[in-house]
Design a protein around this ligand. Sequence first.
Ligand code: CP
Length: 315
Amino acid sequence: MRSQNHKITGSLDHKNIISVEQFDKKDIKNIFQTADEMRKLVEKSGGDESLKGKIMTALFYEPSSRTFGSFITAMQRLGGGIIPIHGVGSTSVKKGESLEDTIRTFGCYSEIIVLRHPNEDSVHKAAKVSYVPIINAGNGGEEHPTQTLLDLYTIYRKFNRLNNLKGVLAGDPLHSRTIKSLLKALALYSNNKVRILSPTNLRISRKLYTDLTNKGLKISEIDGEKDISNDADFWYWNRIQKERLAEGSKSGSKFVVTTKLLEKYGNDKMIIMNPLPRIDEIAPEVDSDPRSVYLKNQMQNGLYIRMALLKLILT
Ligand code: CP
């Protein structure tokens, strides 16, 4: 872990969220309890005024639909205000202002900053100088901790446990921050087994592999669909991260979820997840499959988790 990644240890009060490595099982359970309250609140009345008088800056240097949209509505549903910066082209970044000075600036106008940036070191630099808590909304190919919390919440709501799970994660593990963060979180719980399906050139780093297996996560790296076992609890498919591939390099084979693949290697109890955006890694014919959660529940859970985080950090 790098700088400013303080352990949560029971309280999110004014803490940064930089990495899933800050959380233990109890912290995650507490967040789920608050997310359950947020879900009921939204269903009952749309929201409340518990963050009235607080402002959130959403500072996104990279495109986003879900993370940006759900953080914005999360803050608004709790009565707070927003500074929505969706692309920094109209800010003083365009004139050459540094990330650090931009963070200091918005820390003068808001109580919390949600940052998405293409560079892995961005969130660490930001946390070092920020006057207010920083939430990492994706730093290059490194981490996306709030996505992982909503992914875990989605799995938990289906299976009522986060241990003894079998998962298949596919796509581009080397560059996918959502896969890396999810693997780190699954390693917190006992007896989780994952198969990671990707071309051999897109496997996770050996360092991460060793860290995860030392923590007890059982990993099989596979490069063909025939090695998907048919007893998985969840499939987690993610696109090839073209924007993070080295120039001129090829991604290798692509693995696409189709009804045929599900018939061959799926089972009735599993769920099919994708952090999205989906490009072509899940065929549209799968969208209406009752096991598919990516186009509704998984995204909705992002709202409840982000409401919970804002509330727990700011009140
Ligand atoms: N899952 C996710 O981060 O989606 P966006 O890029 O749309 O925010």
